[in-house]
Each structure stands twice: as structure tokens, then as C-alpha cells.
Design a protein around this ligand. Structure first.
Ligand SMILES: [Zn+2]
Length: 376
């Protein structure tokens, strides 16, 4: 006869086996569903094309060259509630055939499950590894570089700077840094690195009570840096150093974090498009379309304002038409309902000014005005 202890041991053994098998099954499922890499983004509208909806942005005239997004490198610092969702959005948009560089040193915990992205079975894994695994499966065309460390320590900071400086596909500086960290020291480290490198970046954050958030665009040397104009001080006069105390559990909501991540990525997309436009304008200006530019110069209508805007055609004689008898200048097509008589208005003001206690005099002149109006 088997004892209770023996049975309990057997159950434990079987449970372990089930766990092992389900993990293997999961891995098999993942690998059997992974798609092959795609060299060129196609605009072909078929259900099997993962880029058809993105490339439709071109067809709709929103962007001119969506596929250029694949040359873009973005570094996401902090892969928590905001950073992980940011990274997922960038991945789904097909950012960088290139690279998405992830920096973080936290582990996935069950306490993170109120947020988006991470799942219970990832508990215990490092956030960067767990994120890269999931994201690689979602879009294998994106290259991921992960660094599982704290950017604020001296040694890591040097390495962090190095990766920002030469982490892009062409081993040059990354195109953009998105700070999605949750503490002041880390923000200061990102600020310092970006200041030293002249690297544009976005700062982001969610309030301790989880119901508000912010993003802030920073261009070193052009805009006050994070240290000079900390968003929390500017907006709420709260010193960020006093927040995030040990043992205090901040609130968080998937909604607010999702909104902040959405704002970040929307701005990444907008910024990329702006850069493209600027480059194209520069290219056009520097020779390729000189003739077109010359033609445009001739067409300019109104040279004394820089926008070339002119409300009325100067050649037509509108002034005499639009001038009222009281000397008021009106634009073409506009007329006044009543003409002000210069005489009576002068009299009224004189009356008010000459009398010390002007109330009765004012009433009298009001009666006068009423009488005048009736005669109109
Ligand atoms: Zn500064």
C-alpha cells in the first residue's frame, strides 16, 4: 500500500512533467508560426502581407515613402508599462530593419500584469529579453539589441553613451532616443548622455496616481534640457527628486501608459516624415529642380510679406469702394449697417468730459442718442 507522502510526491512529479510539456508545446507553436523575413515592404493588398495597411498610408497621401522607416533606429530606455508598449508599436510599424535598442534591468513580475504587453508566463525573465522574444516573433524584420543593465551606474553609462553614438545600422548615432524610465536618476542619465551627444530625444512619464502623463521633446542646444526645465516642476511645481520613495507603491493603469506610449510613437512617425520632407526640400533646392524653383520665384504675388499672402488684388481699385464716410477702411464685400456721424459723437464726448458729475449729463446724451436712432 502506498502512503500519502508517496502519492503527493508522484503528483508533484507529474505536475512538473505537465509544465515541461506545455512549455515545449508553446515553443513549438511559436516556431511553427513564425514568418520568414521580408526584404522589401510591399504595398500589395493581400491578407498575407503584414505591411499592406502601413503601405496604404502612401496610397492615401499621408506619407511619401513609408518603407524608409526601415532605416530608422530608435533606442527605448526603460521597458516597463510605457517602454514595452512603445517598443511593440514601433515593431508593428516596421521600424528599423535596423534596430530597436532596449535598455532595462528589471524583471517581469506578476505585479506588472495590470499593464499591457507582458504575460504571466514571462514572470522572472528580464524585461528586455522577454520583450525582444515576443517582438521578434511579431515582426522578424526588426533587429533588436538588448542591454540588461541600469544606465545610471558609471560603467554602464559609458557603454550606454557608446550605443547611442554608434548603435544605428550604419554604426552611426541612433535617430531618436525615447526615455520611458520611471525615476529621476535614470531621466538625468538619459539627459546627460543626450546633451553630450547632441542627440534629440523624447522624455515621457506617468504620474504617481496613474491618471495623467506627459511627453517632452528635447533638442540639446535648442530647447531647455530636462535638467533645466523638468516637466514636473514646470507643470505642477513638484520636485521629482522627492517622488519614488522606497517602499511606496505608485499606482499605474494600462490606459494612461498606453496613451503615453501612443503619443510617443505617433511623434516618432511624424518626426521621421518631417525629416524626410526637409531632406527632400534641401535636395530640391540644391540643384536638381533649379528651373522649377526659378519659375516659382516669378509667380510670387506679394513681395513685401514673407508668406506672399495678399487679401485683395492690388491692381484693382477697391479703396474708394470700401472707405466709409467716417474714414473706416473695410475689406472688399464688407459694409457697415450704420454710418457714425462724426459731429454728434464729438459733442457727446465733450459733454462727458466738461461736466464734473457726469451722470445726469450722460443720461441726457443717451436720450439724444436714442432720439437719433429712432430717426434712422
Ligand atoms: Zn540644461
Amino acid at each position: 500500500m502506498t502512503s500519502v507522502e508517496e502519492l503527493q510526491l508522484k503528483i508533484k512529479e507529474l505536475e512538473e512533467k505537465v509544465k515541461e510539456l506545455s512549455l515545449k508545446n508553446q515553443e513549438h507553436n511559436v516556431s511553427s508560426h513564425a514568418r520568414a523575413k521580408i526584404d522589401h515592404m510591399s504595398a500589395e493588398v493581400v491578407d498575407s502581407n503584414p505591411y499592406s495597411r502601413l503601405m496604404a498610408l502612401k496610397r492615401m497621401g499621408i506619407v511619401e515613402n513609408y518603407e524608409k522607416i526601415r532605416t530608422y533606429t530608435v533606442a527605448v530606455v526603460g521597458v516597463g508599462g510605457v517602454g514595452s508598449v512603445t517598443a511593440e508599436m514601433l515593431t508593428r510599424c516596421g521600424i528599423g530593419k535596423v534596430k530597436l535598442i532596449l535598455f532595462d534591468y528589471d524583471k517581469v513580475e506578476l505585479a506588472n500584469m495590470n499593464r499591457l504587453f507582458f504575460q504571466p508566463h514571462q514572470a522572472g525573465l528580464s524585461k528586455v529579453d522577454a520583450a525582444a522574444n515576443t517582438l521578434q516573433f511579431i515582426n522578424p524584420d526588426v533587429t533588436f539589441e538588448t542591454h540588461n543593465y541600469n544606465v545610471t551606474t558609471l560603467e554602464n553609462f559609458e557603454h550606454f553613451m557608446g550605443r547611442l553614438k554608434s548603435g544605428s545600422l550604419s554604426e552611426g548615432p541612433v535617430d531618436l532616443v525615447l526615455s520611458c524610465v520611471d525615476n529621476y536618476e535614470a531621466r538625468m542619465a538619459v539627459n546627460r548622455a543626450c546633451n553630450e551627444l547632441g542627440q534629440t530625444w523624447f522624455e515621457s512619464g506617468v504620474s504617481e496616481n496613474a491618471v495623467s502623463g506627459h511627453i517632452q521633446f528635447l533638442i540639446p542646444g535648442e530647447i531647455a534640457c530636462f535638467d533645466c526645465a523638468p516637466p514636473l516642476v514646470v507643470a505642477s511645481q513638484i520636485d521629482e527628486k522627492t517622488l519614488k520613495k522606497e517602499g511606496v507603491c505608485a499606482a499605474s493603469l494600462p490606459t494612461t501608459m498606453g496613451i503615453v506610449a501612443g503619443l510617443l510613437v505617433q511623434n516618432v512617425l511624424k518626426k521621421r516624415q518631417e525629416e524626410y520632407r526637409k531632406r527632400k526640400q534641401e535636395e530640391d533646392a540644391s540643384g536638381q529642380n533649379v528651373e522649377e524653383a526659378k519659375e516659382e520665384e516669378v509667380v510670387v504675388v506679394h513681395e513685401d510679406n514673407e508668406w506672399g499672402i495678399s487679401l485683395v488684388d492690388e491692381s484693382s481699385n477697391v479703396e474708394s469702394d470700401s472707405k466709409t464716410s467716417s474714414g473706416l477702411h473695410l475689406s472688399q464685400g464688407i459694409r457697415v449697417a450704420f454710418e457714425r456721424s462724426t459731429d454728434s459723437s464729438n459733442k457727446d464726448t465733450e459733454a462727458l468730459e466738461s461736466e464734473g458729475d457726469g451722470w445726469e449729463e450722460a443720461e441726457v446724451s443717451l436720450d439724444d442718442l436714442m432720439a437719433q436712432m429712432k430717426t434712422l
